[in-house]
Design a protein around this ligand. Structure first.
Ligand code: SF4
Ligand code: SF4
Length: 471
């Protein structure tokens, strides 16, 4: 979205990243400590979200996890509902709903998610940054510390900071792992020697390393160069979207307060103190307009409000506002785009609810045994061998049976003949279908098996039966 302020410099700032210098190296950002009402609210909100995040793996409903994203076994539990690999279509629906919701939310409220709820911002600004301020001091003290030689003070502060960062990274990696494999498995990995659970142990080390790297060094680069959501802002936002915005109509022409009243009256409200730039964790100047790097963290809003209070001018020179509300003084939340996305979202939710309500508690797959056609048996009979996969998606034991619809066909279980499934288990077995050869009309015919759960038919499975036709 271009800045419509004619007084501003041509948009040269968009040609480069504020965090990358001319040689392509890193411009380290030292954001100044911020305080203010938005920062306060964000702090409280982050406590709530971090509390939920860390408590999540411990929450169990009826002895099972409330949330589990086991990508290795492709088993997901979302708010207590279990999704197996056979439910992938439901997960795709859920993912689509999430994506459309995010788009809709972004079209209306811009990147408010980034500033208030994104785990990257939460951990960076509300955990790691606060620890850094506590140990190394505000921006200028950090600059000084980094510039000084490795003396006792620097070694002590850096060691303390990195030790705490490593501990927190360990905590985050164990939590993430608990969401992936369950809290009980994580406990096992922690209690046993690394050799007993080498893959899990290495996974924890890798996650810890990644988090430590991201929060101690990579930082705002994750939002600027890696995050796909951030990079999609250009297509999602429009002039009606609400963003952290600088009111250039009120603020320009900017300039310091003058003693000469007449000169001062010719200026806008921005006193060009650059505090909004100094507090920005992504190193940008919001007065240049909405930029991809802005994570809507509200730091510049707080900083500017404080300045406005001091110079006795109205707060909100930088505020949540749409481009149209600043430029024309009008704002409209329900636009054509919002209506269209809402309709798609509604359709997807209806489809998901429909599919969820018709989902069976029992998943069954029947396939012919590979590389085998038929067997001739005594008594002029033909048999075919099949493989059966059963998944009990419920948490209760289920008694399962397969009954051929055609009563002249008999089913013989092979190997493990106990088809009683414990809750949340998968069973793989085999069975024969046996038929009189005299009944074969064609070399390959379609037959129907009735899937029964606790004596009740819940589904029909179609497969085929092969055999020679008697001439
Ligand atoms: S903090 Fe406010 S007054 Fe100071 S430069 Fe930024 S916009 Fe202008
Ligand atoms: S411009 Fe303001 S809201 Fe955007 S990242 Fe910088 S400080 Fe945060």
């Amino acid at each position: 979205m271009a800045n419509k302020n004619e007084n501003l410099q041509p948009e040269k700032f968009r040609d480069s990243l504020g965090t990358v210098n001319k040689e392509g190296g890193r411009n380290w950002v030292y954001p100044k400590k911020v305080s203010g009402k938005f920062y306060q609210w964000r702090t409280y909100f982050s406590w709530l979200l971090l509390g939920i995040l860390f408590a999540g793996p411990f929450i169990q409903v009826n002895g099972r996890p409330w949330l589990l994203f086991n990508i290795f076994e492709r088993k997901f539990i979302i708010f207590g509902a279990v999704f197996w690999p056979q439910d992938t279509y439901l997960l795709i629906f859920l993912l689509l709903i999430f994506v459309v919701f995010i788009i809709l939310f972004t079209v209306v409220f811009g990147r408010v998610f980034c500033g208030w709820a994104c785990p990257q911002t939460l951990f960076m600004e509300m955990v790691f940054r606060k620890i850094e301020y506590w140990i190394e001091g505000d921006a200028n003290q950090q600059r000084k510390l980094n510039a000084m030689p490795w003396n006792g003070e620097k070694v002590r502060k850096k060691t303390l900071k990195m030790s705490i960062f490593i501990l927190i990274s360990l905590l985050i990696s164990h939590t993430v792992m608990a969401y992936l494999i369950g809290i009980d498995q994580v406990k096992e990995i922690v209690m046993q020697p690394p050799t007993e659970n080498l893959a899990g142990f290495l996974g924890l080390i890798a996650f810890t390393g990644i988090f430590l790297f991201v929060f101690s060094w990579f930082r705002e680069q994750a939002c600027i160069v890696v995050c796909p959501y951030g990079r999609l802002q250009g297509v999602m936002l429009d002039n009606q979207s609400i963003n952290v915005s600088y009111d250039y109509v009120r603020g320009e022409p900017r300039g310091p307060i003058r003693k000469n009243k007449q000169e001062d009256q010719a200026l806008g409200d921005c006193i060009d103190c650059t505090l909004c730039v100094q507090v920005c964790p992504t190193g940008i100047d919001i007065r240049n307009g909405v930029q991809m790097e802005c994570v809507n963290c509200t730091a510049c809003m707080d900083a500017c409000d404080e300045v406005m209070e001091k110079v006795e001018r109205p707060k909100g020179l930088i505020r949540y506002a749409s481009e149209n509300s600043i430029q024309k003084g009008t704002s409209k939340l329900i636009t054509g785009r919002v209506k269209a996305y809402s309709a798609i979202l509604l359709l997807l939710i209806s489809g998901f609810v429909g599919l969820l309500s018709t989902r069976t508690d029992l998943g069954a797959t029947v396939t012919r045994f590979r590389g085998m056609t038929y067997q001739e048996r005594e008594g002029d009979k033909i048999s075919n061998l099949y493989e059966l996969t059963l998944i009990n998606k419920t948490f209760e034991q289920q008694e399962v049976d397969l009954v051929p619809e055609d009563p002249t066909i008999t089913l013989e279980r092979v190997g493990d003949t106990d088809w009683n499934l414990e809750g949340q288990t998968k069973f793989e077995g085999r069975f024969f279908l046996v038929k009189a050869q005299a009944d074969m009309q064609v070399p390959q015919e379609s037959i129907v098996l009735l899937l029964q759960q606790n004596g009740e038919t819940i589904d029909e499975i179609e497969t085929n039966f092969m055999g020679p036709v008697k001439k």
